[in-house]
Write a protein of this length. Structure first.
Lengths: 173, 446
């Protein structure tokens, strides 16, 4: 392990520690204040901050962390991403001042402004899923970049799949 | 004919390589001309007065302009030169030029004046204006003009002369003095991506940056008087519509609603801006009164409604909507808000706008060969696909309605293409430094 890698790991670990501490405190506080509401999720393990690696690539899949991917011409969230969205919901619930930006994106084909509309639809779909999980819309900001911020530059079907996505990025934690 | 064209292309190419590297981002390159191009000779302009080198080769620029229009074929430069007058005069050797099979000849002269200004004179001859050999050569002149300009105006004067020649010989207004706005995207390794909103002459010279950002810039739209530009900027991670004054660079934010603020389009009277706002949901069309800031919503519902473009008279808007399941072009009548579908051919039609005479609609049309630029004749509903690359987008009409500029891919980066509205002439404007996208052709200079 090089020094740089070591430094990174140390930074991330210490950050996770801080987050874990603050979130458990927050969770207790929430529970105490609203005793009428029963929370079944997030009590056993304090919700961990899901956005640590936001923007970084998973070397195995080429996918970005904390990102939901979509099929062609679709804004339907596939089951495999529900756990990821749930983790963000838990975190947002435990941190009422946290704000999550949902960046909707499309593949590079077709009209730019029409793609802005499609990206917004994907961002809204993730926002709707979070809302169903009890998250207030005031914690969410949907921004559509359409095809303006492609994940990869290629023109294969595999490249397009990585482009069609919603990145979940925390503006405040 | 074919050889001459090729030769000229090569000469033009090397000329560009040597001279323009310093300040032209885009170079025109004719990829397909018309067979019936008008043969013309541009005699290199003679220089009078002191032996100072004239900073701009005016006659060469005129020649390039006319060739790049696709409607002219130039006589070889050497041939033109061999009969050049040592003194510019009103006479030319009619029979010499007729034997060269040209129909038109341009001669001219440039003189450096004592005050540092330049006097430029030129004559356009039509060899077949009057038939018969006994007619005076002077009678064949159809334009004879004289200008006095500063040295930095020589280039735009050359374009102005090209406009005059083009109009005299084709009957259409020339667009050599117009400009294009476009977004230039630079992805330099190790650097954050840069987005630049730029305006250049139509031949790629004089690129000027209006704004620069590390976040995307989209959808430049010229005000009808050519003095302002509306566009979308994602600075601070939110899309906002801005208007910049081109002369001063002064800008104002126009809309900043939650969600989409996009697709601005000026009304023909410059008083209103049509745009797409999502306000947290799906994009719908709105009209913003620029003086009163009053916002009027035009469409409702859960479909995507975007890309409004005013019809030339200002009575209605064309727009893109997927209300029918696939993106298609619709038209909304602004008086009674009635919406009618315009395109039925194909499953993907977007980004429509009308020619200034309303006779042709240009739009992005998907076929089994990808996304291409197509036109619809509004009188007989005839659809014509103009390009074949498959990666096209963002078509924009020239103010004379004869040409369309659009974005496409060449190699792995974005370039601009120009195609005549009838599909017979094609030009490419390759970019030297980055990807060029979202061209918007300026109105005529006022």
């Amino acid at each position: 392990m090089t020094f740089k890698q070591y430094k990174w790991t140390a930074m991330i670990m210490s950050f996770l520690l801080i987050v874990a501490c603050s979130s458990s405190r927050q969770a207790n506080h929430l529970n105490g204040a609203q005793s009428g509401q029963v929370e079944t999720a997030g009590l056993g393990a304090p919700p961990r901050f899901p956005g640590t690696n936001a923007g970084m690539l998973n070397p195995q899949t080429g996918e970005k962390y904390n990102t939901v991917y979509f099929k062609f011409d679709s804004n339907i969230i596939e089951n495999q991403y529900m756990a990821l969205i749930r983790a963000n919901a838990d975190y947002l619930k435990a941190h009422s001042s946290a704000k999550l930006r949902l960046e909707g994106n499309t593949d590079p084909r077709g009209s730019r402004e029409y793609n802005i509309g499609l990206g917004q639809r994907r961002g809204n779909a993730v926002a709707d899923a979070l809302e169903v999980m009890g998250i207030s819309r005031s914690q969410l900001i949907v921004v559509s970049y359409g095809k303006e911020k492609l994940a990869v530059s290629g023109d294969t079907e595999a490249d397009y799949r990585l482009d069609r996505r919603v990145e979940m990025i925390y503006e405040s934690r | 004919m074919k050889h001459q064209l090729l030769k000229w292309l090569l000469i033009g190419y090397f000329f560009c390589q040597n001279i323009t590297a310093a300040y032209a981002v885009l170079d025109l390159e004719l990829t397909k001309g018309v067979d019936s191009a008008i043969p013309i000779a541009i005699v290199p302009f003679t220089q009078h007065g002191q032996n100072t080198k004239i900073p701009v080769d005016v006659s060469d620029i005129i020649g390039q302009d006319l060739v790049n229009s696709g409607r002219f074929s130039l006589l070889d430069k050497q041939l033109s030169n061999s009969n050049a007058n040592t003194n510019y005069s009103s006479k030319i050797d009619l029979n010499f030029w007729r034997r060269k099979n040209v129909e038109n000849v341009v001669t001219g002269a440039i003189q450096l004046l004592g005050d540092g200004n330049y006097k430029v004179m030129y004559t356009l001859f039509d060899l077949y204006k009057s038939r018969g050999n006994d007619l005076a050569v002077e009678n064949q002149a159809i334009i004879r003009q004289e200008f006095t300009v500063k040295s930095q105006q020589l280039r735009s004067l050359a374009h102005h002369i090209s406009d005059q020649i083009y109009q005299a010989l084709t009957g259409d207004k020339g667009v050599f003095s117009t400009q294009i706005a476009y977004v230039l995207v630079r992805r330099d390794p190790g650097e954050p991506t840069q987005y630049l909103l730029e305006v250049s002459d139509i031949d790629g010279y004089n690129p000027q940056t209006i704004m620069r950002s590390n976040e995307p810039i989209m959808s430049p739209s010229w005000s009808p008087d050519g003095k302002k530009m509306a566009y979308v900027s994602f600075e601070n991670k939110r899309p906002r519509v801005y208007i910049s004054e081109l002369a001063t660079g002064k800008r104002q934010m126009v809309t900043s609603f939650p969600g989409i603020n996009g697709a601005p389009a000026w009304s023909p009277d410059s008083k209103q801006l049509a745009l797409a706002l999502s306000k947290g949901f799906n994009p719908n069309l709105y009209i913003l009164d620029l003086a009163t800031k009053k916002l009027t919503q035009l469409t409702t519902g859960l479909a995507i409604n975007t890309e409004p473009q005013w019809t030339p008279g200002g009575q209605s808007l064309l727009f893109t909507s997927d209300r029918g399941g696939t993106p298609q072009i619709y038209r909304i009548n602004l008086a009674n808000k009635v919406i009618e579908r315009v395109t039925y051919d194909g499953r993907y039609n977007t980004t429509a706008s009308l020619s200034p005479d309303s006779k042709i609609m240009v739009f992005l049309h998907r076929t089994d060969r990808g996304f291409n630029i197509a036109t619809l004749n509004t009188e007989n509903n005839n659809l014509q696909v103009l390009t074949q690359n498959g990666f096209e987008e963002s078509p924009s009409f020239a103010p004379n309605g004869r040409m369309i500029v659009y974005a496409t891919q060449y190699g792995d980066h974005g370039v601009l293409g120009i195609v005549s509205a009838d599909g017979r002439i094609k030009l490419r404007l390759p970019s030297k430094n980055g990807s060029v996208q979202e061209p918007a052709w300026s109105p005529f200079r006022q």
